[in-house]
Design a binder for this molecule. Structure first.
Ligand SMILES: O=P(O)(O)O[C@H]1O[C@H](CO)[C@@H](O)[C@H]1O
Ligand SMILES: O=c1cc[nH]c(=O)[nH]1
Length: 281
């Protein structure tokens, strides 16, 4: 059994557990994470995102949580992966908030359910349908999973500055990739209602399926933090096409949005006004 690393032994209170002075799951401590954090689901996407910055250092890697911190245009920035789905995303938000992060931008991939949302394009997500499961552990179903208006505005500004094709709209976050997104299970397993969700959401004008935004947006709303998201369309369920692309573009838009937010935050602070608006400062 020699393959097991020595499992260090830590002691902390169980309510907000730590592991030797760093957060129990993400393994980051105070001062190691910037206030602006880009959050892909895929840990391997973190170094790719960080490679678009002026400078970047690996901070931690544990379970599905890889973190890099660096600078872009003089602004401190971090990226921490969430893993797939709500439970691990909620852990990331809880523990990043504990070490000082206050603005979260999801940088994900998604599947389009509208014909005009094409593979390779970007979707800036203004709100999310809460089929994520995890947000129900935090608040009643009627509470909205809404992005912060300033983060959405910064993402739109960034996509325009970079001249990239994008949509703005609502995502549906699901607790499973297959059944929850109206895909058949193995060997064609379905329920009578399996196809219902995609059809009803499409009629409601929802643009995409993905699996983390509703959790991220709900918790950010509850905690008074800011969240938004920009996703690369890698599938279209109308044309039944899967085509992996747009991920680097989504990372560049999110990174540019952080530069824009930092500038707007400084102007707001100088103005002494309470709420940001486009011509402040
Ligand atoms: O590419 P990421 O950010 O992981 O996002 C999407 O990809 C995964 C499913 O393939 C889910 O996490 C979904 O939200
Ligand atoms: O179809 C897709 C593609 C990416 N991510 C999802 O959640 N669904």
């Amino acid at each position: 059994m020699g393959g097991w690393r020595a499992m260090e032994r830590w002691r902390s209170e169980a309510t907000r557990p730590q592991a030797g002075g760093v957060q129990y799951h993400i393994r980051c401590g105070p001062g190691q994470v910037a206030r602006y954090v880009l959050m892909p689901g895929d840990p391997d996407r973190v170094p790719l995102i960080a490679s678009t910055w002026d400078e970047a250092q690996p901070v931690a890697r544990h379970r599905e949580y890889t973190t890099y911190t660096g600078k872009v245009g003089g602004v401190a920035i971090s990226s921490t992966s969430t893993g797939i789905g709500g439970p691990s995303t909620a852990i990331a938000v809880e523990e990043l908030a504990e070490v000082g992060a206050d603005t979260f931008i999801r940088v994900g991939t998604c599947g389009a359910i509208q014909p005009e949302v094409r593979c390779g394009e970007l979707v800036i997500v203004s709100a999310a349908v809460r089929h994520d499961g995890t947000s129900d552990d935090y608040v009643e179903p009627a509470y909205p999973a809404a992005a912060h208006y300033q983060v959405v505005a910064a993402l739109v500004e960034a996509a325009e500055r970079l001249g990239l094709p994008y949509h703005v709209g609502v995502a549906a976050s699901t607790a499973s990739f297959h059944a929850g997104q109206s895909r058949p299970g193995w060997r064609g397993y379905t329920q009578t209602w399996t196809g219902q969700r995609i059809e009803d959401l499409r009629r409601a004008g929802v643009l995409i399926f993905e699996m983390e935004a509703a959790t991220l947006y709900t918790l950010a709303g509850l905690f008074g933090l800011r969240a938004g998201g920009v996703m690369a369309v890698v599938a279209n369920r109308v044309t039944d096409e899967m085509s992996y692309g747009g991920v680097e573009e989504s990372a560049r838009v999110a990174t540019e949005a952080v530069r824009i937010l930092a500038e707007w935050d400084q102007r707001l602070q100088r103005s002494g006004r309470r709420h940001w608006y486009p011509s402040v400062g």
